[in-house]
Ligand binder design. Sequence first.
Ligand code: GDP
Ligand code: IMO
Ligand code: MG
Length: 423
Amino acid sequence: MKVDVLLGLQWGDEGKGKVVDVLTPRYDVVARFQGGPNAGHTLEFEGQKYVLRSIPSGIFQGDKVNIIGNGVVLDPSLFKAEAEALEASGHPLKERLHISKKAHLILPTHRILDAAYEAAKGASKVGTTGKGIGPTYTDKVSRNGLRVGDILNNFEAKYAAAKARHEQILKSLNYEYDITELEKQWMEGIEYLRQFNLVDSEHEINNLLKEGKSVLCEGAQGTMLDVDFGSYPFVTSSNTICAGACTGLGLGPNKIGEVYGIMKAYCTRVGSGPFPTELFDETGKKIRDLGHEYGAVTGRERRCGWADLVALRYSIMINGVTQLILMKSDVLDDFETIKACVAYKVNGEEIDYFPFDINEGVEPVYVEMPGWKTDMTKMTSEDEFPEEFNAYISFLEEQLGTPIKIVSVGPDRAQTIERYTEE
Ligand code: GDP
Ligand code: IMO
Ligand code: MG
């Protein structure tokens, strides 16, 4: 029996997809537990690049079971496009992918509502991915949602009622829209979904555990986007943290073993909201260019800055992280110096904890270190790491009180270095 959880510690896009793919051979099952097609998880191997949105990143490694759990919100039309593209590229998944009947459906009107609410917020908009995530989770919590299992029984009537309710809201917002094409594709998606294994995934996953199988839970977004602990209200609408794996898959907390926390060697954010270490200068631009920091799905420019150790310490605490995975180290290969934020200055006072509100008046306090000025992308062992990079790793481990077990030096599956462990 073994359940490990892998999740992002920053504002998403840390490289979760890549590492789930790398770790999958060690597990029998890979499961997504929250979020939906707001995610874009990139994997690269054998010269091919794939971006997954709702399908777990374990889908490429042999015949592992991949589960979309009850905590996920699923858009049938986007799911169809994603699944068909994978099948067309020679990766059959119908047998291997199991979808919880309790996962909630994103309706076409949820996407329209997402756009309408954002428009109504004007300058204070969240900068959502526009995929209907917020409205779908809102309906779930207010007990108005439609679930995947609903497509098996009297679906048309349930859909019509939900749509009518949404239309009322859109009318009250005076929001103009055309649903025709969206709805057509969505209905095709519903029919497509019927071909899949729609399961009671909480039973399935617990039965697999009883048989001695191991599970890797794949988080989406990041801890700073968590609806409870992130930079509210500029967050997503689900619990992206470790506890989300329990509610989003039906797992008891005592089943959780390792918690892998993924972080970039620096930090990025997409959409609106506070970002204390954001760089608006040439250095920020250089990180964006070298790191190709543009949204995996939307192509939106990602905001870039130095690593924020105050926020990371908070994320590690909330998730009970047992080991860190340091991503995109190679992006900093060509910097004279590297900075990391070790404390915040708020109203002239230095604090080392994450405060209630980081929306205003938070000034980062930096430590500056020499850069390594070495190409790390072809390295295969930590023995090759330059001295300055080793110093950066030791500094992070000390500041964060958690060991860094894996270092990523490029987007490809092969560009992954495990460090020696002292157990
Ligand atoms: P996710 O949402 O956490 O899965 O991350 P994304 O896929 O949205 O963004 C991570 C991006 O960085 C992708 O384009 C990856 O191919 C790329 N990537 C992952 N690890 C590394 C790395 O170590 N170095 C570099 N240069 N790119 C990486
Ligand atoms: P992965 O899994 C980065 C951000 C959006 C916006 C906020 C709310 O690839 O790391 P939403 O559409 O969820 O209501 O948007 O959250 N966001 C992400 N940022 N990576 C993601 O996913 C994200 N999913 C949502 O940009 O600021
Ligand atoms: Mg992403």
